[in-house]
Design a protein around this ligand. Structure first.
Ligand SMILES: C[S@@+](CC[C@H](N)C(=O)[O-])C[C@H]1O[C@@H](n2cnc3c(N)ncnc32)[C@H](O)[C@@H]1O
Length: 201
């Protein structure tokens, strides 16, 4: 599955961290997932959200995307991935929510995607919706992974087995999932891994 031309033009103008080959692999993973409620953790300005939101729109599914919109550690001042254009001039803090709203408006995906502006640890205390697809993008733990149904798809981005190449939390999520016996790996593309839930304890 590929994005239509008008959405390719939108994502080309959205700041983000998802290379096109991984985006295509992510779309393929979502396209093979069951219809239902899908969840993305780590929205940033909505680049991956457009890819997933488009697939959701074609599969009668709904995408929730969670981010506190204040950036990860590497997005803060002094770090490699800090972008001064994303700093709110009043608060002085990074704020990617306006960019996300623009992305959703430009892509026409506002009815398919529900943004949740919150820390995942706070969402995990009340979130109960069964998920058929979960995408973790950033240094997240699997706070809401327990809600993935059997047969559900777990996609995790930024997997670096070598600590010299990147943060370890996503790799640890994949290692724990595979070691639990509840997940099997179904696909891999560069730093993206796709797992399927086959059991739950
Ligand atoms: C790598 S970026 C996501 C990139 C995005 N998926 C894309 O395609 O460009 C990771 C995001 O996770 C968010 N984030 C990090 N820790 C978080 C937390 N504990 N709760 C919610 N969001 C968090 C950051 O604000 C950041 O926007």
């Amino acid at each position: 599955m590929l994005l239509p031309q008008r959405l390719l033009e939108v994502v080309a103008g959205v700041k983000g961290f998802l290379p096109e080959n991984e985006a295509i692999a992510l779309m393929a993973a979502a396209a093979s997932a069951e219809t239902g409620v899908w969840l993305e953790i780590g929205t940033y300005c909505g680049k991956s959200t457009v890819y997933l939101g488009y697939v959701a729109s074609q599969h009668d599914s709904h995408l929730i995307t969670i981010d506190h919109h204040q950036g990860s550690e590497e997005n803060q001042p002094g770090w490699e991935w800090h972008d001064t254009e994303l700093v709110n001039c009043e608060t002085g803090r990074l704020d990617t929510l306006p960019a996300l709203r623009r992305t959703l408006w430009l892509s026409g995906l506002e009815t398919v995607v529900t943004p949740v502006v919150a820390d995942t640890r706070s969402v995990a205390t009340w979130f109960q919706t069964p998920l058929t697809f979960l995408f973790l993008d950033g240094n997240h733990t699997e706070d809401v992974a327990p809600h993935l149904v059997i047969g559900g798809t777990l996609a995790v981005h930024d997997i670096f087995e070598d600590p010299a190449k990147g943060g370890q939390p996503p790799w640890h999520v994949v290692q724990r999932a595979l070691a639990s016996g509840e997940f099997v790996q179904t696909a891999q593309c560069d730093s993206l891994r796709v797992l399927k839930r086959v059991a739950r304890s």
